[in-house]
Design a binder for this molecule. Structure first.
Ligand SMILES: Cc1cc2nc3c(=O)[nH]c(=O)nc-3n(C[C@H](O)[C@H](O)[C@H](O)COP(=O)(O)O)c2cc1C
Length: 136
């Protein structure tokens, strides 16, 4: 399996309807192809983690790249893995309205020119998982 994290810029301000549309399709497709992950959005940015079988993740990422609802996709982190962080989430969602919530994830992007350390990445993701689990 692999885990991939990318950032992208929304083409238009992200509405609740846009997010619902993406999630509906994602939840259907992702469970069928063994993908799990989370979609974080806010401030005109998307950030998504996709994890699952290598071929499924890469095929899906290539498809997502073509989606006109966003642009400037940048892979921040990609790693082989044999465990899922987002087990059971065909696609979780977090709205980050307040910039401080997004900040420690945005920091990963700023580290992209260097190497994002696995420990830093895992801690950031586990923090998001805690938020997901705390969500109603
Ligand atoms: C930010 C973003 C994230 C997306 N994530 C997923 C995803 O995890 N799974 C998925 O199937 N489609 C996702 N999509 C939608 C795909 O780009 C594409 O529209 C969809 O996979 C097409 O599904 P279909 O072939 O069943 O019509 C995403 C789109 C955007 C803009």
């Amino acid at each position: 399996m692999i885990r991939l994290l990318y950032f992208s810029q929304a083409m238009n301000p992200i509405s609740a309807e846009d997010v619902q549309d993406i999630l509906q399709v994602s939840r259907r497709n992702n469970s069928a192809t063994g993908l799990s992950g989370v979609l974080i959005h806010g401030g005109g940015l998307f950030m998504q983690v996709l994890e699952g079988p290598e071929q499924s993740v890469l095929r899906k990422y290539v498809k997502i790249l073509d989606d006109k609802r966003h642009s400037n996709c940048q892979i921040i982190y990609i790693t082989p893995t044999n465990e899922r962080i987002f087990e059971g989430w065909s696609m979780g969602v977090i709205a980050c309205e307040r910039s401080f919530e997004f900040q420690h994830i945005l920091d990963l992007r700023n580290q992209r020119k260097e190497v994002v350390r696995a420990k830093v990445f895992k801690e950031a993701m586990h923090e998001f998982l805690r938020r997901l689990k705390a969500a109603p």
